[in-house]
Design a protein around this ligand. Structure first.
Ligand SMILES: NC(=O)c1ccc[n+]([C@@H]2O[C@H](COP(=O)([O-])OP(=O)(O)OC[C@H]3O[C@@H](n4cnc5c(N)ncnc54)[C@H](OP(=O)(O)O)[C@@H]3O)[C@@H](O)[C@H]2O)c1
Length: 326
């Protein structure tokens, strides 16, 4: 072997070892390495009620409900904020009877029309509580996929307000408490639509893309105050919003999704290389990694367009069938 060939073989070996090491680390990130223990943020299962508080928005259904129940299970007291008072009361009773000793506080507010005084009311409710965790979960999407030019102005405002403005207002209200106690956690419910850009869901995708940049900035600012901020890059989960009822490997139930999240706080999982971001569900994590590193972005856009066009056609057919029956 001449010197040139030897050098080339050595470079090849180094590259192979680096790729193998990277892939091994990715597997460990997604499947093995544990997250920050929730006791770090004041969870206490030994003496329920003595722990710190977690505040969840949109707490009465889907992913938010699972966060509320599982944060209580893990030893937090919980502030439940959502639209429907009766559902909040029922959830509060369920948590108190399942995890005896856990304290709950409920606050009913419709974020789509909430006034300054309602935010102030929420501020008063939490003013004496040791809130350490905020889950910015509440969000809304398009009723069905549609092109941006077909969207009603009211729909644009509804989605942008809920996903962009509400998230910031709640964070302005709650995050100073986390900073003051010098340890805290903020989880922002992101979406793959924000990462890819998703035709026929332009405003929802844009609002979730906002959360990506906003989380980067907030994460760096609050890191200095010992508050961990993470965007949860979420693909489909069974829920009323996704309108998906059956779970599969790629579409977890909210409980399974949240369990995977709480076990991986602080990790990147499939979002390796993107700060303050994780893709907690393992199958989503691989999809995230593959689409970020191996698939041309333009291809994802055209596939999403076709997918959403079909979803729209199906939704219209279903609505027409329903109308005929009535
Ligand atoms: N599911 C998915 O596939 C998926 C994928 C990516 C990202 N996400 C994100 O995950 C988050 C939760 O989604 P989800 O699928 O769990 O939703 P969901 O099942 O529809 O639950 C939404 C929750 O928010 C509450 N809510 C809705 N509008 C409200 C309003 N105007 N004011 C106050 N509370 C309101 C609902 O209260 P009521 O009980 O009174 O209705 C309910 O508790 C959203 O930010 C969403 O964008 C979801």
């Amino acid at each position: 072997m001449c010197c040139g060939t030897k050098a080339l073989a050595a470079v090849g070996a180094v590259v192979l070892i680096a790729v193998a090491a990277y892939l091994l680390y990715l597997i460990l990130e997604i499947h093995v390495l544990p997250g920050i223990p929730l006791t770090t943020y004041g969870a206490n299962t030994k003496s329920r009620g003595a722990g710190s508080w977690a505040l969840v928005t949109g707490a009465t259904d889907g992913i938010g409900r699972s966060f509320a129940v599982q944060l209580a299970k893990n030893g937090f007291n919980v502030v439940l904020v959502s639209r429907t008072k009766a559902k909040l009361e029922e959830l509060s009773r369920e948590i108190q009877s399942k995890y005896v000793g856990t304290k709950t506080a409920i606050y009913a507010m419709d974020f789509s029309v909430a006034s300054a005084s309602e935010y102030e009311g929420l501020g008063r409710l939490i003013s004496h509580l040791d809130v350490a965790v905020l889950v910015n979960n509440v969000g809304t999407s398009h009723e069905m996929p549609e092109t941006f030019l077909d969207m009603a102005e009211s729909e644009i405002e509804r989605i942008t307000n809920m996903n962009v403005i509400v998230t910031q207002r709640v964070t302005k209200l709650v995050a100073p408490k986390l900073v003051a106690r010098k340890r805290g956690l903020i989880l922002n419910l992101g979406s793959f639509t924000g990462q890819w850009g998703t035709p026929m869901m332009a405003t929802y995708a844009g609002s979730k893309a906002f959360l990506i940049g906003w989380t980067y900035a907030l994460g760096e600012e609050l890191r200095r105050a010992n508050v961990d901020v993470q965007l949860l890059n979420t693909f489909f989960v069974v829920s009323s919003m996704s309108k998906i009822r059956r779970a599969s490997l790629m579409i977890p139930l909210p409980d399974d999704y949240v369990k995977a999240t709480l076990a991986r706080i602080g990790r990147s999982t499939g979002a390796l290389g993107r700060p303050f971001t994780m893709t907690p569900w393992p199958a989503h994590a691989w999809l995230d990694w593959a689409t970020s590193h191996l698939t041309p972005a333009g291809l994802m856009l055209s596939r999403s367009y076709d997918y959403n066009l079909n979803t729209r056609k199906r939704a219209i057919r279903k609505a027409e069938q329903l109308a005929k029956k009535q």
